[in-house]
Design a protein around this ligand. Structure first.
Ligand code: ZN
Ligand code: ZN
Length: 388
């Protein structure tokens, strides 16, 4: 199963879809134009079912194979949203909307999955069902979480799910993947420390919240240095310290802290959340103040299941032969994690060659990557559900 010849033929058409999405970027859940076009194309391909409005603006297409003796249902996912960035690539198909740009290549992901859908609807060369998932709001809105919360996995009977992201710096035609954690969890926390404000010359009549905050910040460093196994990755950063005093001689009544937590292991994530509360509340109490912690979970760790990762590697090897199956994990976070928490599956990086990094105004998706990505999507279906 090398790169499918059909994708060489379809490349101009898929590229045209991709560049149309690129010229009309949309943010978060406001992807009506893109989602409408996706649904229209899926219907045109002859999908057995196309459902819009899942997870607000998500789209799902269903294609049944020639046979269904396997009873297997595989989900393939692409994301549709862009970023609030002003494009500086100078390409002739650049964004037509100031301040919005497909700087993460989701236009490419959507176009590649559409290409795979067109091919699979034509050939149906598999024994089972494929569910095509087009999600909104990957860039911070939790569109993947919304689609899962909307009952997508049960409604369409999805049993395993696969996702892909282009990666600058990885040569076009190559893939990178690893079993286990491949992207981090990103959480944030807010702390409010309340003491007793007053005259800075009379500290004994106050509970000095700035001193409490200083102890809290130092004590939080012990999570990474003393509590978590040094072989496991963790970041705890306090990034904002704000008092309600602007004077040189007033002890503030309240100090607020804000920070972020990055982890690669769900157990470490749960542990860090608990330790932050214990350390903040305990330190404040010891120094005579009160503290409240509001810990907000962001995207969870993106965890590739072992068996599904092996399947993904086999298909990627068949497509291009260039696969790093032990690629380094990234400390960024990915909304596909919600789908991988709901069903086993895998997430793979697709080489996008020598361009600016994701989220950079000079980033450019390389259309030469399309046949590799589309072949991998379709290959996962044909390999996991071989035609009877
Ligand atoms: Zn992104
Ligand atoms: Zn992205």
């Amino acid at each position: 199963m090398p790169v499918k010849n059909r994708f060489a033929e379809l490349l101009p058409e898929i590229t045209a879809w991709r560049r149309d999405f690129h010229q009309h970027p949309e943010l978060l859940f406001d992807v009506q134009r893109t989602a409408g076009r996706v649904a229209e194309l899926l219907r045109g391909f002859g999908c057995d079912e196309v459902v819009e409005g899942i997870g607000r603006t998500g789209v799902v297409g269903v294609i049944k194979g020639k046979t269904d003796t396997s009873g297997r249902v595989i989900g393939l996912r692409a994301d549709m949203d862009a970023l609030p960035i002003t494009e500086q690539t100078g390409v002739d198909y650049a964004s037509t909307i100031p301040g919005k740009m497909h700087a993460c290549g989701h236009d490419g992901h959507t176009a590649m999955l559409l290409g795979a859908a067109k091919y699979m609807a034509e050939t149906r060369n598999f024994d089972g069902t494929v569910v095509l998932i087009f999600q909104p709001a990957e860039e911070g809105g939790g569109g993947g979480r919304e689609m899962v919360a909307d009952g997508m996995m049960d409604r369409f009977g999805v049993q395993e799910v696969y996702g892909m992201h282009n990666m600058p710096g990885l040569p076009v035609g190559s893939f990178g993947i690893r079993p286990g954690a491949i992207m981090a969890a990103a959480d944030q926390f807010d702390v409010v420390i309340t003491g007793k404000g007053g005259h800075a010359a009379k500290p004994h009549e106050c509970v000095d919240t700035t001193v409490v905050a200083a102890h809290v910040i130092v004590a939080l460093q012990t999570i990474a240095s003393r509590n978590v196994d040094p072989m496991k990755q963790v970041v705890v950063s306090v990034c904002t310290v704000q008092t309600d005093s602007t004077a040189h001689n007033v002890i503030p009544q309240v100090v607020k802290l804000k920070g972020t937590v990055r982890t690669m292991d769900p157990e470490v994530q749960v542990f860090v959340e608990r330790r932050i509360s214990e350390i903040v509340e305990g330190t404040a109490h010891a120094l005579g103040a009160r503290a409240e912690v509001n810990y907000q979970r962001g995207y969870p760790v993106t965890v590739n299941a072992e068996a599904n990762t092996r399947h993904a590697v086999e298909v990627a090897r068949a497509v291009s032969g260039k696969v790093d199956d032990n690629t380094a994990p990234l400390m960024g976070a990915e909304d596909f994690s919600f789908m991988l928490n709901a069903r086993p599956g895998a997430y793979i990086f697709l080489g996008n060659g020598d361009t600016a990094m994701l989220h950079h105004p000079g980033y450019n998706f390389d259309d030469n990557a399309i046949p590799f990505g589309a072949s991998w999507y379709a290959g996962m279906v044909e390999a996991r559900m071989p035609a009877a």
